[in-house]
Design a protein around this ligand. Sequence first.
Ligand code: BTN
Length: 324
Amino acid sequence: MNQELLLQLFIDKPGEYVSGENISQELGVSRTAIWKHIRKLEAAGYQFEASRRLGYRLLSIPDMLSVVKLENQLQGNIFGQHIHYFETVESTQNLARAAAEEGALEGTLFVAEQQVKGRGRMGRGWISPRGKGIWMSMVLRPSVPIHFAPQLTLLTAVALCRSLKRLTGLPIGIKWPNDLLIEGKKISGILLESAAEDERLRYVIAGIGISVNLEEADYPAELLEKATSLRISGQQKWSREEVIADFLKEWEQLYFLYQEQGFSPIVTLWEALSVSLGKTVRLTTPQGELVGIPIGLEESGAIRIQLEDGSIKPVFSAEMGEPL
Ligand code: BTN
């Protein structure tokens, strides 16, 4: 049976039930075949209501990202200059990395409706349900030494935070190094993976996950305490095309500012948006645990921690706990 013809029957009767008998007659198929196709459409993001007596009613169609709409809204020159769009992928990171190895240009972007093996930092997974968020990876080719890579992560967090705050008006802040939080709950994640040769970065794959229109039901119960979305916090849906376009513009501007003026303007912007400074926290570093007060960023991207004895220690990599 042609799935599109089945869908058309529902689209022609918005909000109404279409009986199984009616569908059988129109399309010349059995009730079982109809049920199977409805299940397939549900798996693709369409929502139906089923009634034993009345048949099926189409409740909603999936929210698909439009590349044409996105391209019309782009304002930069480099970021997003080539866009590759997919419905379902394992992880956009893998696609971007393979393309970078093949010579993809800086700013080449991979966006997916859904990731089935989304990756987070520290070997964690990343929940990426269909049509609800922004799951994307972009190829960067910065001409900086490899030890500058953490600066790019912080820069990306600053660009995303500034853009999302401007668009949504929500109270978004950055938790070191690069988590964006609303009232303590995470709304986005940034994962930079790089390839280097002779101390220079060959390319960086910047992976960005933004929980835009996820609803509470999209999260496993244990994550709801720690994670939220723009929709849950702002009580409205947002256009994913608009969010991507605005972020890419901000990100490209900061990236060029960084290439021209170095990291210090980014440090100032990061510190202004940070929710991590001035509160005593526990840090789990590869060398062990320490307790102290984050007081600022170093040029290297490390965070400066004031320890209980008053001394100051730069920390390069750690998991930062909640304020004590
Ligand atoms: C984090 O742990 O906070 C980072 C999460 C990064 C998720 C994004 S979604 C797009 C890209 N593809 C992935 O598999 N991960 C990143």
